[in-house]
Design a protein around this ligand. Structure first.
Ligand SMILES: Cc1cc2nc3c(=O)[nH]c(=O)nc-3n(C[C@H](O)[C@H](O)[C@H](O)COP(=O)(O)OP(=O)(O)OC[C@H]3O[C@@H](n4cnc5c(N)ncnc54)[C@H](O)[C@@H]3O)c2cc1C
Length: 391
């Protein structure tokens, strides 16, 4: 038997490349190695599951056995961590032995960034980047009234809105002076903020939480926390959720001598610096771009599947058209489509009573990116068609 295609990781990136590959080649031996249970779930649902009334168990879409059948995978090694990649031997060392590969796909995802917080409550801060994390979050949320969220980016705002829908008191802290700081220009951000505040979210901007002390221990073993911000103000919460960003998982690749920067460095063909090793998804930096979103992952999975199957007679480059991201905040609809990396231009915002349409325009008034909030989101399709490709 030929050495198999081995996919490391069973998140959206790993599973999508396997699914796309099977559309093109039903037989090539395929092995998936994953640190988690090998089941498939939709990660974006984690930040709006309360609003739609779903538990962690209900978010698990495809159990491992079913996925293995769907993918005609020779094996899915679940709960198996890859410990070392040996590029010269075309092999992996894992917790359950050595696995050789013909081609290796790194779909290792990213890890939540941990803030350097002081205080005995710091260790209790939760992050949600996996279904298992979500199960813990929901378990700990049981009976709690006040949640503090560190970070007012996309994930922080989505969780804030979701928790409000469930009647939880939510305070969000961020160093920036507005929500979605990297995605919305000022007036769009002000509109978005006002809508979320009207829904009951309390924002604390231009600050950061520096220490978390354990405030009390209730009869049922429940704790509450005293958060101290950088101005010395104190705040109280029953649970603290960190949503300050993710760091691509580069350690395994780096230890194997592969080029890494912000992510595992790959070219447009999704090739790493080592022969027969490819990378995609949250762990990858594609031609300088780290795009931890569903649509770019799907683009990459389709291109890589063609390469792996040989269906196109050679390696296939990924292309990234402009791909707007919908922010899942029912209190204020929002869609963001950032300009291509490094593009020069300015924001032009049109503020209306029911929304803000913001265009990022470059030389000669050429639209390069956009942000839409409120009713302006209905322009998403029309504007997306005018945007330049990201890659
Ligand atoms: C709460 C939340 C909401 C989101 N909402 C949206 C949204 O609305 N729209 C959007 O476009 N994007 C959204 N995203 C981003 C999107 O979900 C991710 O970009 C995508 O799911 C990442 O998939 P991945 O496969 O690259 O990584 P992951 O899903 O993290 O998968 C990584 C895999 O690698 C495995 N692994 C890691 N290390 C090892 C090892 N050493 N050995 C073996 N296996 C290993 C893990 O077990 C896992 O199976 C959201 C993200 C979050 C966290």
């Amino acid at each position: 038997m030929n050495a198999p295609i081995v996919i490391l990781g069973s998140g959206l990136a790993g599973v999508s490349v396997a699914r796309e590959l099977r559309k093109l080649d039903k037989q090539v031996p395929l092995v998936i190695v994953t640190a988690d249970d090998g089941g498939f779930y939709s990660k974006p649902s984690l930040s709006n599951a309360l609003a739609v009334g779903k538990s962690a168990a209900q978010l698990a879409l495809t159990p491992m056995a079913q996925l293995a059948t769907q993918l005609n995978a020779s094996v899915i090694h679940a709960h198996t961590r890859a410990e070392r990649i040996l590029p010269e031997g075309h092999a992996l060392e894992t917790g359950s032995g050595r696995i050789t590969y013909g081609k290796l796909v790194l779909a290792l995802g990213a890890q939540p960034i941990r803030l350097p917080l002081q205080g005995e409550g710091a260790a209790a801060v939760l992050s949600v980047n996996h279904l298992n994390d979500y199960a813990v979050f929901r378990e700990q949320l049981e009976g709690k009234r006040r949640v503090a969220i560190l970070g007012a980016g996309l994930i922080g705002c989505e969780f804030a809105n979701d928790l409000r829908v469930a009647g939880v008191d939510v305070a969000v802290y961020d160093l920036a002076s507005q929500p979605l700081g990297r995605l919305l220009p000022a007036r769009a951000a002000a509109f978005f903020r006002a809508r979320l505040e009207a829904a009951g979210v309390r924002f604390h901007f231009d600050t950061s939480i520096e220490a978390i002390a354990l405030s009390s221990q209730g009869d049922g073993g429940s704790s509450s926390y005293r958060l101290v911000d950088k101005h010395g103000n104190t705040h109280t919460a029953d649970l603290v959720l960190s949503a300050v960003g993710l760091k691509p998982a580069t350690a395994l690749a780096q230890a194997a001598g592969l080029n890494t920067a912000r992510g595992i460095v790959v070219d447009k063909l999704l090739r790493t610096s080592a022969p027969d090793i490819y990378a995609l998804g949250d762990c990858a930096e594609v031609e300088g771009l780290v795009l931890p979103f569903v649509m770019p992952i799907m683009q990459a999975a389709r291109a890589l599947a063609k390469t792996l199957s040989g269906a196109a007679g050679g390696e296939v480059a990924v292309d990234y058209p402009a791909m707007p991201v919908v922010v899942k905040t029912p209190a204020c609809q929002a869609v963001v489509c950032p300009p291509p990396a490094g593009a020069a231009g300015t924001w032009r915002e049109e503020v209306g009573p029911a929304g803000v349409r913001a265009l990022f325009v470059g030389a000669g008034g050429k639209p390069l990116g956009f942000s839409l909030v409120g009713e302006a989101v209905k322009e998403k399709q029309a504007l997306a068609a005018q945007m330049p490709a990201w890659l």
